[in-house]
Design a protein around this ligand. Structure first.
Ligand code: IMP
Ligand code: MG
Length: 178
């Protein structure tokens, strides 16, 4: 199957405005607190780095990362989540914000939320850039959401297909060619 980039779904301007709005909400919530921002590698890297730069100085931010593998080179979730890299930080008693690129079936985020809750953080909230609500298989709490999008496979701004296109500054729809 061949793939090509199609129209821009969300351009740079909209992305940055929305990231700023989310950062304002997060800044209000965690003012005067220490917050551990956990990014899910690799997709959340661009979103996380833009988000933390917009946070108010009144929030004491630490960052950490987890890497999971769920897709391989496919556009459908296998439902199997494997931890490839765990946190370096002990999150017990800490305020944690889990940052993900996209919630699709919900399997990955649900798995990560369950795993991190077992480590007894003081609080755990989730922040996702994109949400495809039509494809949800399991319910999972999304506390901060960038955009709800239709059921299309998208790439750019951290999101990939088979490792490619993460560097694009905007979100594009990926189409298959007959
Ligand atoms: P879920 O477990 O089905 O919710 O899938 C979550 C993961 O699948 C995300 O972390 C992404 O890596 C990947 N994913 C889901 N939809 C897309 C998409 O449209 N483009 C790129 N990656 C996606
Ligand atoms: Mg991915």
């Amino acid at each position: 199957m061949n793939y090509r980039l199609s129209d821009i779904l969300i351009d740079e301007g909209r992305l940055h405005r929305r990231v700023k709005e989310i950062a304002e909400e997060v800044s209000r919530e965690y003012q005067g607190k220490e917050l551990i921002v956990v990014g899910v590698l690799k997709g959340a890297v661009l979103f996380l780095s833009d988000l933390i730069r917009e946070l108010d100085v009144g929030v004491c931010v630490k960052i950490d990362f987890m890497a999971v593998s769920s897709y391989g080179a496919s556009t459908k979730s296998s439902g199997v989540v494997r931890i490839v890299k765990d946190l370096d930080t002990d999150i017990k008693g800490k305020d944690v914000l889990l940052v993900e690129d996209i919630v699709d079936s919900g399997l990955t985020l649900a798995y990560l939320v369950k795993l991190l809750r077992e480590r007894d953080p003081k609080s755990l909230k989730t922040c996702v850039l994109l949400d495809k609500p039509d494809r949800r298989q399991v319910q999972v709490p999304v506390d901060y959401r960038g955009f709800s999008i239709p059921d299309e496979f998208v790439v750019g701004y951290g999101l990939d297909y088979a490792g490619l296109w993460r560097n694009l500054p905007a979100i594009f729809v990926l189409r298959t060619e007959a």
